[in-house]
Ligand binder design. Sequence first.
Ligand code: FES
Length: 160
Amino acid sequence: MSGDPTVSGQGPESPGRRRLINWFLGTSFGALLASIVYPLARFMDPPEVAEAATNQVDAGPINDPELREKGFKIVPFGNDPVILVRVGDEYRALGATCTHLNCTVEFRSELQLLWCNCHNGRFDLNGQVAGGPPPKPLRIYDVHRVEEPGRPTTLVIEKV
Ligand code: FES
């Protein structure tokens, strides 16, 4: 066995090597911390989305396959998407953003309810809270049928 610490690899390290290792570990930890904190900060404070400049949006044709098959569709409306629901021959439009923690609601036709799958929030078709943690009702919108000769009937959603 040798008494030379540099040969055995267990002796004292040089200050320069130690500083390099400390710097490397410090920057790695900093990068790890930044990769965790930055996305969390962006999630907590998302960028502003402009309020819709208009009071109404075209929701597309009344015979939209998505609307016919699922019974609902999500329509972009500025920073507050709207859920358009078909109930028989009637159409309803409500804010699609859950009033609890801003998840997007969906229509459960078998329950005739709007349902938020984040925490099992439920709203009736008038937007009133029907169960779960949401503190406030959903916003209501008007739905108009637009019929023009020679063109398919379309639906227009309008702020009340
Ligand atoms: S976000 Fe909808 S119930 Fe919690």
